[in-house]
Design a protein. Sequence first.
Lengths: 337, 337
Amino acid sequence: MAEDPPRRQPTLDEVAEHAGVSRSVASRALNNAPHVSRAKREAVQRAVRQLGYVPNPTARALATRQTGAAALVVSGEDPSIFADPFFAQVIVGATAALEDADLHLMLCLAASDRGRKRVAELLRSRGADGVMLMALREDDPLLPLAEETRMPVVFGGRPVGATPRWYVDVDNVGGAREATEHLVARGRTRVAALCGRLDTEAGRARYRGYRDALLAAGLDPFPPQEGDFTEPSGAAAMAALLANHPDVDGVFAANDNMAAGALRTLRKAGRLVPDDVAVVGFDDLAVAQIADPPLTTVHQPIQALGREMARMLVSLVNGQEPTPLILPTHLVVRSSA
Amino acid sequence: MAEDPPRRQPTLDEVAEHAGVSRSVASRALNNAPHVSRAKREAVQRAVRQLGYVPNPTARALATRQTGAAALVVSGEDPSIFADPFFAQVIVGATAALEDADLHLMLCLAASDRGRKRVAELLRSRGADGVMLMALREDDPLLPLAEETRMPVVFGGRPVGATPRWYVDVDNVGGAREATEHLVARGRTRVAALCGRLDTEAGRARYRGYRDALLAAGLDPFPPQEGDFTEPSGAAAMAALLANHPDVDGVFAANDNMAAGALRTLRKAGRLVPDDVAVVGFDDLAVAQIADPPLTTVHQPIQALGREMARMLVSLVNGQEPTPLILPTHLVVRSSA
DNA sequence: GCTTCCAGTGGGAGCGCTCCCAACCTCCGA
DNA sequence: TCGGAGGTTGGGAGCGCTCCCACTGGAAGC
């Protein structure tokens, strides 16, 4: 099996020649388009096999003006935001849907200036067929770029203060309301909220849902005790809360991380969960099950979020006009409330 | 600002014409290559600005035979493996290094047959400039594909039973040894190992390190109590261990997830950590700090792993001959041991 | 004065594919 | 018998860029 000539990949022309047909016919056979006789089609297939031909995606991209890739852009001021297992779930969902459309996933972390610059260039150069954007801060520098670009952009979650043309979101308000109602139904009357970043729509919406539920129950909402969706911020917020309102008996945390932090603080303070203080989280990530006690939490379908974003993008790329989507959430009752 | 003509992106030819130079000069100016007079260089830059020109990456890729992308392939029999925060860290590190080389990251989850097929095609079609492969199971179907491909492949971790030409790994044996030595130094004499999958090199190497340390200390290693790197498997392994060896006083877990599971089982069994049983984990992920008590664990530089993989790939793409890398690990002492 | 050299320049041939279109062939109804 | 209709076929023109190369003219060297 000598391979002396450092032979390149065979090209379509070579396949055509080898099969005794023209390049056009070979191309059609390859993309199983019509207007190819059975005999030639098979001849091409044989040649492809014999030569080990694989189409060159770049050349195809240039000719079709389609890159065959979709970008997932995750924005945030530092890369650690991406460590949130949330994104891994989104990626798993998106990948599944992208696979169906035979698109590749380009992952862009726009966490540094350099990263943002590259995203900007991607957007301007049409380096992908479309973009899934997770940029939820109010002042995110990518938002204006997303407006300008001429490629389809699907948002994951809605940014504060703007409703994009295409987005997939989860029902944050409804989930938070259900969580809070659950606490109230368990007889809690002094229910506080450990908020996530209030410059994100998710953070605000969850507080809104909490507030709605308490008002509807004739109880007084607490002012937002703000954190940043991390475990330490949850622990800190809980500590502050205990200091100001030692009689709190229910806590709605903006996500599981913060709920886990709250649990830690409560344990340290000698408060029993759920007996003294009931805690509800949001997300239903792995941490919710591992927590001690296991967290009652609002399940949000994160993989579905990714999947639907990708599907929406695919349909946009195919020239359709999808409508925004809000995915349902539901409460998962465990032991913490 | 009428934009009636649905004008395409301007091309390099248009820039050249607008600047009153030839395409060649424009190209050279753009890539700031030599052999362009100052005046024309500036004229081109002006034209670029006025026309809002952005080079078409696909055309460039076709001409240069470089895609401008590196693929990160994560293999596993089901997508949930990717939920491990480990990968997020790898991605963060890889992204940083790739940014420096101005390469994009293509993320491929080879968890379904479909996914593996697409990876195979990517490998054969040179759809990227290189591949970072995380496929560590002994019988991983991607391993033979990686052998065949004509594009550079850097492994993250070593697969069982084979030493790839290029890889970055962490010092699993050394870390496990240090962790076990720590337990011994604390006076533990009945130290068991909660292993990860023994069909991965990491799982084996960590057990080997544990074994070495105990033998060196003149103690008897326990037979491997196998899990699969997940929290529940750690809990189960710990339960089995307690049943067979109620007198165990030290546990080395193959990773933090399993250690967290062990903690849960021990708490349920009424064993105090670290008083009755000391526990050491491996990874030093977020869960280690959140665990109760916080885990003493072996820190492995996961972002660095990703970064070095990307760097190695970049140097391969640039025609250099990097050497494999093994990154150091070190023990982080917290309360669990 | 004459070569020699080289920065600067633009023409043109690709890179490997898709797709339009004209040419062709066969078969059928009128 | 003849004129389509409709399925096949291959030529050729791109897609937008890079890069080789031949050519120019002025500066440097002798």
